[in-house]
Write a new protein. Structure first.
Length: 318
């Protein structure tokens, strides 16, 4: 049976098309599940991905979404290329490594983007009474540098070296997920932890509400990171309203929604569209969804847009 589908902006028609996509395709029967790789408990990816799954259930009958809890960006890109996930959240700098086939990837990966969603903010969290005021203050300390397989790990490695710190000699860097990092800081078994996430990040909000942490200003490292590693990095501000803590400068990195290049065009179109048509529901899942902007969402360099997403954005300009 040959499936011929024409993209349309009407979700009702797309739903019919997607039912056909599930039933058949160039490679035979397609599964009706949609695996969404997100991130860690207490982080934005998991909340946003849960909201996305709910939107898919509402907008695309016949597709059964399932949310996967992961280490985040690098893990997610690996899951996509291994066909163990269909949609994934990933930081732009991690996705660039996948596109180039640079470590930790051994060859260029067949990934595409549906949208630039929002910017992550690099958090360096220390105890409220800590004397650590810069990256240099981490020398000789024990820190959590992000979960194994996370985009935070990539950023921390680069940040430390920009600050002339050798992660193997000048300090102790432990792999910990967000919740474990928060618990270790409370217990005093580490001196600081990093996390790259949207605003607000739930676990950090909980720490801030107890008045036991502060954020270290990282704005002076944005320029060196950009010059050494690319235009992904920009200077950002974590406002006082995010956590009830003093305003803090930091580094921002864009977040992309990633799929495989061979995802069906109609499905990619439908997923891109529902990001906008169901934005209010996604904002209920996490307020970062309000930052989605159709004029910026297609800026996913160096990850090429999926053809289905290209068709959607072209339609918004017609």
């Amino acid at each position: 049976m040959r499936c011929h589908m024409a993209a349309t902006r009407a979700l009702a028609v797309l739903s019919v098309l997607l039912t056909v996509v599930v039933a058949c395709g160039a490679d035979g029967p397609r599964p009706s599940s949609l695996l969404i790789a997100t991130g860690q408990h207490g982080g934005v990816y998991l909340d946003y991905g849960t909201g996305l799954a709910k939107a898919v259930s509402t907008a695309l009958p016949g597709i059964r979404p399932q949310v996967l809890t992961t280490g985040a960006s690098v893990d997610n890109l690996r899951l996509i290329t291994a066909r163990r996930a269909d949609v994934a959240f990933a930081l732009a700098d991690s996705a660039a490594l996948a596109v180039r086939g640079a470590p930790p990837f051994d060859r260029p990966q067949p990934v595409r983007a549906l949208a630039r969603l929002y910017d992550n903010y690099v958090h360096l969290v220390v105890q409220a009474g800590s004397g650590i005021t810069s990256l240099a203050g981490l020398r000789g300390k024990a820190i959590a540098g992000g979960a194994a397989g996370s985009g935070t790990e990539v950023i921390v490695e680069r940040l430390l070296r920009v600050a002339d710190l050798d992660p193997d000699r000048d300090l102790t860097v432990r792999s910990m997920d967000l919740e474990a990092s928060a618990e270790a800081l409370r217990a005093g078994s580490i001196d600081a932890f990093f996390f790259s996430g949207g605003l607000p990040t739930k676990t950090i909000s909980e720490l801030a509400a107890r008045r036991i942490i502060r954020l270290v200003d990282l704005r002076s490292y944005a320029g060196p990171m950009r010059r050494r590693h690319g235009e992904f990095y920009s200077e950002r501000t974590i406002p006082a309203s995010a956590y009830g803590l003093p305003e803090s400068g930091t580094i921002g990195v864009p977040d992309y929604l990633i799929v495989r290049e061979d995802m069906d065009d109609a499905l990619a179109y439908a997923l891109t569209e529902l990001l906008f048509t169901h934005r209010e529901a996604l904002e209920e899942a996490h307020p970062e969804a309000r930052r989605l902007n159709v004029r910026a969402a297609f800026s996913t360099d160096p990850v090429a847009l999926h053809l289905g997403a290209v068709r959607y954005y072209r339609g918004t300009r017609s």
